[in-house]
Design a binder for this molecule. Structure first.
Ligand code: BGC
Length: 418
């Protein structure tokens, strides 16, 4: 395959985001938060969770279901208070296995999907089907709530397309599927976004955290909206992936046009692992003047670390020369760095909103997700962009990886709603 040097340089340049554009994005992000809170038009959703931060004294044994990416996980978690917890049992299953089953595409129904989830939960019941359990459900899609107990799915994201779920109450569907399998002793007692779960988990374990984010298959953030005008403090899911006030390049536009929902999730399509893999194969395909199959977020992480030699050799039909391998690494790095700078803009806008003109206190931003955890460049670029955006104000502000927040946060929410 012919490697076009000029196109390779142009592709790398197409993913650059300079300091001025990044600062504009941070300002626009804050503006969108404030417009949304005031009830005006905004590309952020600011969905209320009806949860505030845990007291750190939550205790008991709870079930947790984590549904939101390509793998579904269920856990039995013991909260011991004071930030301590223990996972007593776990079960996990992919949503789709090529050639075997697919619970995420347009051929699946609500009954099929929720039956699959209920069976996974059933694997965790130590005391059989008699002991009562409260279950916290981390459901990582934009949903409307009027209590922490149930949520209506607004729209699927991350290319999931199961029929009959958009517009429905998700925990009610789960409760029905559990009862149909003889598991009526399990009560779906709380539902929360994965960003909220990460923030609750960080609050329980570390304290002093007010912004939580996911950087994995998808990308999103939430924050604790402080008490204002008598309204109690509440975690709000920003659905940050929907942020629109960003310039797209030709690859962003091509990816969007070919996606399940063209026009939606503009920021997520520039940041999250799933879409970075697609952008990487689109740009490489352009350089090689061919169509390549989509790569994964893990491929982009590996390529940015200079460890994707075999994958690239397979795609290109032969090992790349050292110069081309270096250009492929720079391309992956450019994708990761742009994504990190956009994530930093979202965080900086959120911190400025919270501080409301005052000083931003030192704090950790909890970032959960495989992409962030496995891409050291993402962490470095994100924290250095935060320093660029916030200068002096950023002393003591750091984005740090969090692990296991989805299940821990779900258990905490089940305890908080007891
Ligand atoms: C969803 C969010 C979720 C994020 C991370 C996005 O596609 O819209 O609700 O938090 O993915 O899982």
């Amino acid at each position: 395959m012919a490697w076009n040097e000029k196109k390779a340089r142009a592709a790398i340049a197409a993913f650059a985001l300079d300091d001025a554009a990044m600062a504009r994005a941070a300002d626009a992000f804050r503006e969108e938060i404030e417009r949304g809170l005031a009830g005006g038009a905004s590309s952020l959703r600011l969905l209320p969770s009806y949860l505030s931060m845990p007291s750190r004294e939550e205790r008991g044994v709870f079930l947790a279901l984590d549904f939101g990416g390509t793998n579904v996980r269920a856990e039995r978690v013991r909260l011991a208070g004071g930030g301590r917890y223990e996972t007593e049992a776990r079960a996990a299953r992919p949503l789709a296995v090529p050639g075997a089953y697919n619970h995420m595409d347009g051929s699946e129904t609500a009954d099929g999907l929720f039956g699959f989830l209920a069976e996974l939960v059933g694997e965790l019941l130590a005391g059989g089907r008699a002991a009562p359990y409260r279950l916290g459900h981390t459901f990582s899609f934009p949903s409307a709530q009027d209590s922490p107990r149930d949520a209506r799915l607004l729209a699927w994201t991350k290319e999931i397309a199961v029929r009959g779920v958009e517009g429905e109450r998700v925990n009610a569907l789960l409760a029905k599927a559990l009862a149909a399998r003889g598991l009526a002793n399990v009560t779906p007692a709380a539902i929360l976004n994965d960003t909220t779960a990460a923030l609750l988990a960080a609050g329980y374990r570390w304290g002093g955290t007010a912004v939580g984010a996911i950087w994995a298959t998808g990308f999103n953030a939430c924050y604790l909206e402080p008490e204002r005008g008598g309204a109690p403090p509440m975690v709000r899911n920003l659905e940050a992936g929907g942020f629109r006030r960003l310039a797209q390049n030709a690859y962003d536009r091509a990816l969007d046009a070919a996606s399940e929902k063209p026009g939606a999730q503009r920021l997520e399509k520039m940041v999250s692992g799933r879409y970075l893999g697609h952008l990487f194969s689109l740009a490489l395909g352009d350089i090689l003047d061919t169509r390549l199959p989509p790569l994964s977020g893990a491929d982009v992480s590996a390529a940015a670390r200079g460890e994707a030699g075999e994958t690239l050799a397979r795609l290109c039909g032969a090992p790349l020369s050292p110069e081309r391998a270096d250009a492929a690494r720079s391309l992956a790095a450019a994708l990761v760095v742009r994504a990190a700078r956009l994530a930093a803009a979202a965080f900086a806008g959120t911190l400025r909103h919270r501080a409301d003109g005052g000083k931003i206190p030192p704090q950790r931003i909890a970032v959960e997700g495989s992409f962030f955890a496995h891409t050291p460049l993402a962490r470095d670029a994100l924290n250095s962009a935060l320093r660029t955006l916030l200068g002096e104000e950023a002393a003591g502000v750091e984005a740090v990886p969090l692990d296991g927040g989805a299940s821990l946060g779900a258990a905490i929410a089940a305890a908080m709603t007891a």
